[in-house]
Design a protein. Structure first.
Length: 187
């Protein structure tokens, strides 16, 4: 009778501990995932805003320099334009990857710090649960990053294509006007 009562009490205690463990894990996982997606959303928005702001500044300065340098040859201006656009694109993409790397590292550090506060049994159960969920979360993270990166690069190339076309059109129009003027100086 005592042994039966002992096993019964042990079963109840084990069930309640397991239930409390899964409840704590669910709360921790949900809050960390929410913080991760919120941080990524804010980072992505600020990077896109900075990207468009930098492109606007670069375009304005390039247009000013282009009209100022019109007396020079078309080939040298086009070469300088493509070189400057290539540098701007590379630096912006590098900054984007660097910021994403920092965000990911800080979130992983926060996750490990939260795990360090839990008891040994919770840590053991958490690592077991994390082993099942980490692959899915990493896959979802890389998929989201791939989509964000692809769309940013696509938008960048689209904007660069529009800027280049309009600059070339303006250049040829200005050259045509200059050529048609009587007694105009030779470029």
């Amino acid at each position: 009778t005592l042994i039966a009562a002992l096993y019964d009490e042990l079963a109840k205690t084990t069930d309640s501990l397991i239930a409390a463990l899964y409840d704590e894990l669910a709360k921790t996982t949900d809050s960390l995932l929410a913080a991760l997606y919120d941080k990524l959303a804010k980072t992505t928005d600020s990077l896109i805003a900075a990207l468009y702001d930098e492109l606007a500044k670069t375009t304005d300065s390039l247009l000013a320099a282009l009209y100022d340098e019109l007396p020079k040859t078309t080939d040298s201006l086009l070469a300088a334009l493509y070189d400057e656009l290539a540098k701007t694109t590379d630096s912006l993409i590098a900054a984007l990857y660097d910021e994403l790397a920092k965000t990911t590292d800080s979130l992983i550090a926060a996750l490990y710090d939260e795990l360090a506060k839990t008891t040994d049994s919770l840590i053991a159960a958490l690592y077991d649960e994390l082993a099942k969920t980490t692959d899915t979360l990493i896959a979802a993270l890389y998929d989201e990053l791939a989509k964000t990166t692809d769309s940013l690069i696509a938008a960048l190339y689209d904007e660069l294509a529009k800027t280049t076309d309009s600059l070339i059109a303006a250049l040829y129009d200005e050259l045509a006007k200059t050529t048609q003027q009587p007694n105009s100086s030779t470029l």
